[in-house]
Write a protein that binds this ligand. Structure first.
Ligand code: GLY
Length: 380
């Protein structure tokens, strides 16, 4: 909501990725140990107080460090802790978070700080968008998925009984601080799931980045310079798409590669993290999008095989049958897709591919073609 020019932030060794959105432009800072510098960085935004929204797990790991950093910089800080997990993207938690932000006397010049993964970022971001008709937001993403996707680009929201992310707002952050050292303690399954979104950027329009990932993924998982470079490259790619289509009226839909199938599978799995987490659903969804593209005669089979082989090599699922507890019937998947907000006038919109790095928006995919494809997948 700030209309003043982007502030000058104190320099460090981090990689800086600009997001060019006119008077709502901001920077994404990527590097190790940035959390300790959060105080000086937030102080440069000239806020006097911050409401930190986080979940119970992240609070236990990183809450005290962030509060110490903010305290040293003289920011009054209040913390709101929500339960970990997708269930917190609810009207009930939104009300609780908004109430806590107001109780903390956060004013429009102050900050809401989202310290956590995608759930916290979406929930805190939506609260920041609506409290006092808009309070500035700083994203401090603590998962790989949040660092490369959900913390960037201003999508915020909660889930509805009708589906995921159906209630929300665009609210760009004023700053994103991606401390890649926070990923050192991320559970391996979460790291793999976030990596699916890294691969996605290569598949959308950057075949060289996909090839780089095939070579460097072990170093990305291990930490170090390749991890920082991967996060920064994903942010550059997303920033470029968001800068030309902030509100998903065109190209931004490319970021949904793997998501039409993926969201449907998440819905069928009841958003149960024991069965399927978002990045895993995206991995299966991307594999399906490529296989479907092959079936439609759009994509060489060898490209789809290469995509599947890379996802498998890092331990990601690539077939719906790998979801514990199964994936229902083909009709269940089609019905779940019909609830997706990417459906327009009953037509299914998919992101399909002519090859690695050659994705495109296919807005009118006949349901019969999807049904026939899924029936084949069910028989695999
Ligand atoms: N995660 C997709 C988007 O930000 O548009």
């Amino acid at each position: 909501m700030s209309t003043s020019p982007a502030p000058r932030l104190p320099e460090g060794n981090e990689i800086r990725v600009p997001v060019a959105l006119g008077d709502r432009s901001y920077e994404i800072l990527v590097g190790r140990d940035l959390l300790a510098r959060a105080g000086e960085l937030l102080a440069a935004l000239q806020a006097r107080a911050a409401a930190v929204v986080t979940d119970g797990n992240v609070e236990a790991s990183h809450g005290a460090k962030l509060r110490a950093a903010l305290g040293q910089a003289g920011l009054r800080t209040e913390t709101v802790v929500v339960p970990p997990g997708e269930g917190s993207k609810s009207f009930a938690e939104l009300e609780r978070v908004c109430d806590a932000i107001l109780a903390a006397r956060i004013e429009r010049g102050d900050l809401v700080v989202a310290l956590g993964g995608g759930v916290v970022g979406d929930l805190a971001g939506f609260a920041a968008a609506i409290v006092r008709r808009g309070v500035r937001l700083v994203q401090i993403p603590t998962s790989l998925l949040a660092q490369v996707d959900s913390s960037v680009g201003g999508k915020t929201g909660i889930n509805s009984r009708w589906g995921k992310n159906l209630v929300g707002a665009f609210h760009q952050p004023s700053l994103v601080i991606s401390d890649t050292a926070l990923l050192d303690t991320l559970p391996a399954r979460e790291m793999r799931a976030g990596y699916a979104e890294v691969v996605k950027y290569g598949l959308i329009d950057d075949p060289d980045f996909f090839t780089w990932c095939e070579r460097h993924w072990p170093a990305i998982f291990a930490g170090g310079a390749e991890r920082d470079e991967a996060v920064a490259q994903c942010c550059r790619a997303k920033a470029a798409i968001v800068a030309r289509d902030e509100r998903e009226e065109g190209d931004r839909a490319l970021l949904n590669l793997g998501h039409t199938f993926g969201h449907a599978l998440e819905r069928i799995a009841g958003y149960d993290p024991e069965r399927l987490i978002h990045g895993e659903a995206v991995a299966i969804g991307m594999a399906l999008a490529y296989r479907f593209s092959v079936r439609q005669g759009l994509c060489p089979p060898s490209d789809a095989e290469r995509v599947v082989a890379h996802l498998e090599s890092v331990g990601l699922p690539v077939r719906p049958a790998q979801i514990p507890g199964g994936w229902g019937s083909v009709d269940d998947v089609l019905a779940a897709m019909a609830q997706d907000k990417k459906v327009k006038d009953g037509a299914l919109t998919f992101i399909l591919a002519r090859g690695i790095g050659q994705s495109f928006i296919a807005p009118r995919v006949p349901a019969d073609a999807v049904r026939a494809f899924l029936s084949e997948e069910a028989a695999r």
